[in-house]
Design a protein. Structure first.
Length: 182
């Protein structure tokens, strides 16, 4: 288990509790003083952010769902909602980074790299949620995928319809955004 100490309090403790031997403080005395000094009472801070999930907000750390995102802490896991996530990049940022990398070394990499970069960009673009098209509301709200338009797996000669709340097209994997536009 990680232990934490208060630096200034430890220095003062060592000064008061370490004996001098021939006018000098020995390493062993200092080490013993540090080992017996009590650890500070602290809790490791988890950082997270609220991620929009249809009409709810989800904690990035534990998945807790709420309809109120303006809380500073997740009531389930206690994560501090300050948006400080390590190594997080949006699909748009990742696409831009790959495009810059490709432009910088375009003339000097194998064809397999070019194919891999293109595949990565295509996969990232599918993660960017798009509005379904041709939305209808008879009994249930439905629409068509804006990418494949339901043509990949036609049912009875008709395009495959997606129902409201479907997060991804089951045919091509495109992320969907069912929120109303204003």
């Amino acid at each position: 288990m990680t232990e934490y100490i208060e630096r200034e309090a430890l220095i003062e403790f060592v000064k008061q509790n370490t004996p001098d031997i021939n006018g000098e403080t020995t390493i062993e005395c200092v080490e013993r003083a540090i080992r017996i000094y009590p650890a500070a009472d602290v809790v490791e801070v988890r950082h997270g952010k609220w991620i929009e999930d249809h009409e709810f907000f989800k904690c990035s750390e534990c998945g807790y769902l709420t309809d109120y995102r303006f809380s500073n802490f997740c009531p389930d896991c206690g994560a501090k909602m300050d948006g400080k996530l390590c190594n997080e990049m949006t699909p748009e940022e990742a696409i831009k980074t790959i495009q810059v990398a490709v432009a910088e070394v375009e003339w000097n990499y194998p064809l397999e790299y070019a194919i891999a970069f293109e595949a990565a960009i295509n996969a990232l673009e599918k993660q960017i949620a798009k509005k379904p098209i041709d939305i209808g509301t008879t009994v249930l709200t439905w629409g068509l995928c804006p990418e494949c338009k339901g043509e990949l797996k036609k049912l009875g000669g008709k395009p495959n319809r997606l129902f409201e709340g479907t997060a991804y097209c089951p045919d091509c994997g495109q992320a969907l955004d069912w929120r109303e536009t204003e």
